[in-house]
Design a protein around this ligand. Structure first.
Ligand SMILES: CC(C)(COP(=O)(O)OP(=O)(O)OC[C@H]1O[C@@H](n2cnc3c(N)ncnc32)[C@H](O)[C@@H]1OP(=O)(O)O)[C@@H](O)C(=O)NCCC(=O)NCCS
Length: 179
């Protein structure tokens, strides 16, 4: 699939997997890799210009979310790429900047995750939370607030929901692809 919302930067261009859904109103620029079954919903802005963005299989990036990265410098030789794992749900209007997310994570609506933050597998981040630079969120916990604080261990139903949410969005994007 190529369309005007997939854009080149220097010699880099988004690389797509199989079964991706990319809403026509979203913009993906430069060095971005999408694995299979990723969905990108309306008005997402993803800019892989001064570093790389990778999005793992079956992850959904919901409406109005902004994805960006930090350039390499002498103080920070690798810069901060944005690395998002598999089966991640990124809610509406989030901001993910130069951070690393594992698998099966829910990023609540409007959350902000800053450079160098690491979110381990199976984490739930409440709506409107702010994850400060270089902070690590541990696997299996709910975090909320600005700045985020660990609230409690996730319940079994919430751990299950992390997987179910990804499945729901795969089904939804398949509906959209079939229209
Ligand atoms: C955090 C969340 C998971 C609820 O967790 P919970 O343990 O069931 O929390 P409760 O609803 O019982 O509320 C417990 C307390 O946390 C507060 N709270 C709930 N969500 C909060 C949030 N996102 N940020 C800060 N505080 C929050 C409540 O006001 C309540 O405070 P109180 O004890 O002073 O009254 C939920 O509110 C949330 O943010 N979900 C994210 C949903 C989302 O964005 N999905 C993606 C879109 S598809």
């Amino acid at each position: 699939m190529t369309s005007p919302n997939l854009r080149k930067y220097n010699d880099t261009f988004p690389i797509l997997g199989n079964g991706n859904y990319i809403d026509i109103s979203s913009v993906l620029v430069g060095d971005i890799t999408l694995e299979d079954d990723v969905s990108i919903w309306p008005l997402v802005a993803a800019r892989g210009d001064v570093n790389t963005i990778t999005i793992g299989a079956r992850t959904n990036v919901q409406d109005g979310t902004v994805l960006h990265v930090t350039r390499r410098s002498t103080q920070n030789p690798n810069g901060n790429p944005l690395i998002i794992g598999a089966d991640v749900t990124i809610g509406h209007k989030c901001m993910l900047h130069g951070c690393t997310l594992g698998d099966r994570i829910l990023v609540g609506m409007g959350a902000i995750i800053m450079d160098g933050a690491i979110i381990e597998n199976d984490v739930f981040i409440g709506a409107g939370s702010l994850v400060p630079p270089n902070k690590t969120l541990l696997s299996g916990y709910l975090y909320v607030g600005n700045p985020v604080k660990q609230v409690r261990k996730l319940k079994d139903s919430e751990l299950h929901f992390l997987k179910q949410s990804a499945i729901n969005y795969i089904n939804l994007k398949n509906d959209y692809l079939a229209q």
